[in-house]
Design a protein around this ligand. Structure first.
Ligand code: PAF
Length: 290
């Protein structure tokens, strides 16, 4: 097992990548906020399969946290993360200090406008959340200049927003979205899951059951969103979970759909279980689709 090369400055990372880049190596970037679980590791494996050089960034980005407590509570264990990255044969871990990313005088924000940064997560966390995400991701893409960047389907709205930014700003990178990784009982992996009590952890599995029910009905030919969601909500009621939102949306525009009309659609959900806010989603396969 060889250690991943740890870099903390932009200069150091760029110098380290320069030779591979000159030699025409395909460079993959996995942007993360650390606290690795199987979801992150699956992105690293996808990057390892698809690229010659794999860079993982590890930066808990303060500008995307609305609640100060959420930032303070965010789990951090860099030594463990470095060991896990090494095990996935990651070449470089870029773990900058906050001042390296946001030095004195920093004054630029990258904003994606419109419904995709106003609805769903933004309605609950504030649109500043996505400004924080797009600004830091734009910086990471400029710092690393990867050929491919990997993100998880779990954050479906983030993926849509990043694709929009990359297209609008002509950033020369392929965006690859990898499937959500779930615990055996269906709960989507998240660093927040560790904060659920035993009882909450059991109730939290209802999010996936609700999504799965919606997916089953859509696959069986039901087209009416209200009918699908009413049936799926029963799963949540049984677990005494009141979702913040639970909708069928167009996978590309995130517009709510009242009828599944053949365009790609995704069931999206957010709910608090106790104090912990969880999100999940399931792309829908309609009857007749492969
Ligand atoms: O998905 C995340 O972990 C973060 O939003 C990201 C993309 C690393 C930006 O800070």
């Amino acid at each position: 097992l060889r250690n991943s090369h740890l870099t903390t400055t932009v200069r150091e990372l760029r110098d380290a990548l320069a030779e591979s880049r000159r030699a025409g190596a395909r460079i993959g970037l996995v942007p993360t906020m650390g606290a690795f679980h199987e979801g992150h590791l699956s992105l690293m494996r996808a990057a390892r399969r698809g690229c010659d050089v794999v860079v993982v960034s590890l930066f808990v980005n303060p500008t995307q946290f609305g609640e100060a407590t959420d930032l303070a509570m965010y789990p951090r264990d860099e030594q463990r993360d470095l060991a896990l990255a090494a095990r996935e044969d990651v070449d470089f871990v870029f773990a900058p200090h906050t001042a390296e990313i946001y030095p004195d005088g920093f004054a630029t924000t990258v904003t994606v406008a419109g419904l995709i940064t106003e609805s769903l997560e933004a309605a609950h966390r504030g649109r500043e959340h996505f400004d924080g995400v797009t600004t830091v991701v734009a910086k990471l893409l400029n710092i690393v200049a990867p050929d491919v960047a990997y993100f998880g389907q779990k954050d479906a709205q983030q993926a849509v927003v990043i694709r929009r930014m990359v297209a609008d700003l002509n950033i020369s990178v392929e965006i690859e979205i990898c499937p959500s990784v779930r615990a055996p009982d269906g709960l989507a992996l998240s660093s927040r899951n560790a904060r659920l009590s035993g009882d909450e952890r059991v109730r939290a599995t209802a999010l996936h059951r609700g999504l799965a029910r919606a997916a089953t009905l859509a696959a069986a030919g039901e087209r009416d969103a209200a009918t699908i969601l009413a049936a799926a909500r029963v799963e949540l009621e049984d677990a005494e979970i009141e979702p913040e939102y639970f909708e069928l949306v167009d996978s590309e525009t995130l517009m709510p759909m009242s009828t599944l009309n053949g365009r790609p659609a995704t069931a999206v959900i957010a709910a608090r279980v106790g104090e912990i806010r969880l999100i999940d989603n399931e792309p829908l396969q309609l009857q007749g689709e492969a």
